[in-house]
Design a binder for this molecule. Structure first.
Ligand SMILES: C[S@@+](CC[C@H](N)C(=O)[O-])C[C@H]1O[C@@H](n2cnc3c(N)ncnc32)[C@H](O)[C@@H]1O
Length: 252
């Protein structure tokens, strides 16, 4: 839909999805299993926190599958948040918060003190392990008893270097082919955003905040599950994985 600003937010969502799928062709599978586990553990009307929400990809899929859900999106990127806010404008099930997840007080900006499900995808590798462990402690405080946290991300098991190298080589060969066929990578997508009349200014701001990309770690799924248990979750383990990515589920 094109809005009064002349911006076609659905087209931006679509192009964001294509860019992310260039890195993760099985991205929708990850989201589907994530929502299956939401339904299995906290039902079909959850209060969700879409952590590091970007354009609100998780929120969109939550509301499409669970119309009675509500969602709070939190992120620091002004351009991706502009797309998120434009997309969900007028939907009172959704709100967005600008916050830095490395700020110890970020959760004070949220509209609720607790959530049934805190969900995140392709984002926490922007943090180093130590601040991520601290963040997991704060997330454990935000999830209600019996509620869930899920993190779908690139997670690397250092004990399998030959498997990792072979998987990476194959994945990158496929990405190179998709690029020759016209797929936009991260840097190219941002070049397009920088030329958009509405997104140019927030895009310039996001480059001041992050540069091209923040620097973080990609610990193993075992590290994530262990750290989540240490930080207050009763159970945690992967519920899905591909050759490169895992979805770790923790229950409080
Ligand atoms: C690759 S995007 C993924 C967005 C969305 N979850 C998706 O799957 O499409 C990573 C997101 O993490 C956010 N992010 C990274 N570090 C952050 C931080 N310290 N505080 C808030 N958001 C952060 C970025 O701004 C970006 O929107």
């Amino acid at each position: 839909m094109t809005t009064s600003t002349g911006t076609d937010w659905a087209a931006w969502q679509n192009s964001w999805d294509r860019q992310q799928e260039w890195y993760m062709p099985d991205r929708e599978d990850r989201f589907r299993i994530m929502l299956d586990m939401v339904e299995a553990l906290v039902g079909t009307a959850p209060r969700v926190l879409d952590l590091a929400c970007g354009t609100g990809s998780i929120t969109a899929r939550v509301l499409a599958r669970f119309p009675e859900a509500t969602s709070t999106g939190v992120d620091l990127d002004p351009a991706l948040l502009a797309i998120a806010r434009g997309t969900f404008d007028g939907d009172d099930r959704v709100s967005f918060v600008t916050a830095d997840l490395k700020d110890p007080d970020w959760a004070a900006k949220l509209p609720y003190e607790s959530y049934d499900a805190v969900l995140t995808a392709t984002a926490l590798h922007w943090l180093h392990s130590e601040p991520l462990a601290d963040l997991y402690g704060r997330i454990a405080e935000l999830v209600r008893d019996g509620g869930v946290f899920m993190n779908a991300d690139h997670m690397i098991d250092d004990s399998t270097p030959r498997i990792n190298a072979a998987e990476r080589a194959q994945r990158h060969a496929r990405m190179d082919q998709a690029k020759r066929d016209g797929a936009l990578d991260w840097a190219q997508w941002w070049q397009v955003a920088a030329k958009d009349p509405v997104l140019a200014e927030p895009t310039a701001r996001r480059f001041e905040i992050y540069g091209e990309h923040a620097d973080g770690d990609m610990p193993s799924a075992d590290w994530h599950a262990r750290t989540l248990r240490e930080k207050g979750f009763a159970e945690a383990r992967p519920v899905w994985c591909s050759p490169s990515d895992s979805l770790v589920l923790a229950v409080k």
